[in-house]
Design a protein around this ligand. Structure first.
Ligand code: RFL
Ligand code: PHB
Length: 389
């Protein structure tokens, strides 16, 4: 088989790129090692920047998002028993959209199917060949049969544990990583959200976040030990701990109920450079990870995709490779700023065992400054709604 672009990974990044390219007549194949149900079972992002929302519209997959998603014009930050609000629209003129990654991915799968997009599930043992030549190809197993696809380019959209990044030789690739000594325990429940906006809470017992998917679907997180497992967190323990970490006003009206999903995510910052090697282009979690505190993961994937999509368009429509040549530097410039914000917000709101008494005073001073200072709130809002592409 031959195609123009092989896309490794059928998560949101791979599917969105596939849809965008298809609409412009650029032939592509998505190789996903899991089933559709497995991909849709992963509960992840909830907050979308305008850039991601616009890309979904451009990909003609925004109908449900535009009717069922929620526009949020600000967020609440709680600390020291009190709370304050940062108004995104007042500071930047832009809100964010609350629409779950699960629904967004479902919309992308449906759109790909409706257009007859080639999305191959259970593609095992994906292997990239001759990536640094003009004739790359990809092999994979479907059941007992090996398949081969020749192509012009490969988009590595296979997430943090994928194979695309590993294909770049060690002599070329440099990884930057920071691990935090905590995780997030997340719980989804069919209960009304405790507040109409997200509540990010610093407390002496650790961080907590109150988020949501819709009027009757809430997503909550508490900072947990890296060694914790989901079995350590009964629903009762989770709700009791959450109540202790959020302001009294919210704890008093929190509606609890049985969990319908629970999972633990480690906190990690990671960037690989460069994001291009030969005909291979990395995008999304395959190239970078942020701790979820700033809601930047999928949104940073979106800026990669926007750059890559336009670079590929320019190549195919105008025979101009300059976008592809500049892709890695352009994407990384924005990635590092999202990394910086996510890292800063993580330190602002978490208690880590490595924190000294001095560090704690600095953290509280930072929060106090943010609560009072309009300029600091504006900077926060600019980062949260998303820096320009
Ligand atoms: P994904 O979603 O990991 O998809 C990669 C896909 O590639 C497949 N794959 C392979 N396929 C073929 N061959 C191989 N060898 C393969 N190896 C892997 C995988 O099965 C998978 O289907 O990466 P992608 O598409 O780049 O999307 C990235 C986002 O999923 C991620 O950045 C966000 O979920 C991060 N994130 C958030 N981002 C936001 O922008 N806003 C948020 O509010 C937000 N909240 C979150 C988050 C991530 C979280 N967790 C669980 C890490 C909250 C949490 C708790
Ligand atoms: C979520 O709703 O899952 C969510 C929201 C904001 C974050 C992280 C996760 O910062």
């Amino acid at each position: 088989m031959r195609t123009q672009v092989v896309i490794v990974g059928g998560g949101p990044s791979g599917l969105l790129l596939s849809q965008l390219l298809h609409l412009k007549g650029i032939d592509n194949v998505v190789l996903e090692r899991r089933t559709r149900d497995y991909v849709l079972g992963r509960i992840r992002a909830g907050v979308l920047e305008t850039g991601m929302v616009d890309l979904m519209r451009e990909a003609q997959v925004a109908k449900r998002m535009d009717t069922e998603g929620f526009t949020h014009s600000g967020t609440v930050i709680a600390f020291g028993g009190g709370q304050f609000r940062i108004d995104f629209v007042e500071h930047t003129g832009r809100p964010v959209m609350v629409y779950g990654q699960t629904e967004l991915t479902r919309d992308l799968y449906d759109a790909r199917a409706a257009l007859g997009g080639k999305v191959i599930h259970r593609a095992m043992g994906v292997c990239l060949h001759q990536v640094d030549t003009d004739a790359p190809y990809v092999t994979y197993m479907l059941g007992d049969t090996e398949h081969r696809i020749e192509c012009d380019f490969i988009a590595g959209c296979d997430g943090f544990h994928g194979i695309s990044r590993q294909t770049i030789p060690d002599s070329v690739r440099r990884d930057y990583e920071k691990l935090y000594p905590s995780g997030w325990m997340g719980l989804l429940s069919e209960t009304p959200p405790v507040h109409e906006e997200l509540v990010y809470s610093d407390s002496p017992r650790g961080f907590a976040l109150c988020s949501m998917r819709n009027e009757n679907l809430s997503r909550y997180y508490v900072q947990c030990l890296l060694s914790d497992t989901v079995e350590d967190w009964s629903d009762e323990r989770f709700w009791a701990e959450l109540k202790k970490r959020i302001p009294q006003e919210f704890a008093a009206k929190l509606v609890t109920g049985p969990s319908i999903e629970k999972s633990i995510a480690p906190l990690r910052s990671f960037v690989t450079e460069p994001m291009r090697w030969g005909q291979l282009f990395l995008a999304g979690d395959a190239a970078h990870i942020v701790p979820p505190t700033g809601a930047k993961g999928l949104n940073t994937a979106a800026s990669d995709l926007q750059y890559l999509y336009h670079a590929l368009l320019r190549y195919y429509q105008d025979q101009d490779p300059s976008g592809l040549d500049g892709y890695s530097a352009k994407a990384l410039a924005r990635v590092w700023k999202a990394e910086r914000f996510s890292w800063e917000m993580t330190h602002l709101l978490h208690r880590f065992p490595t924190q000294t008494a001095f560090d704690l005073r600095m953290q509280q001073a930072d929060l106090g400054f943010l609560a009072e200072n309009v300029a600091a709130q504006k900077v926060f809002a600019q980062n949260y709604v998303g820096l320009p592409y």
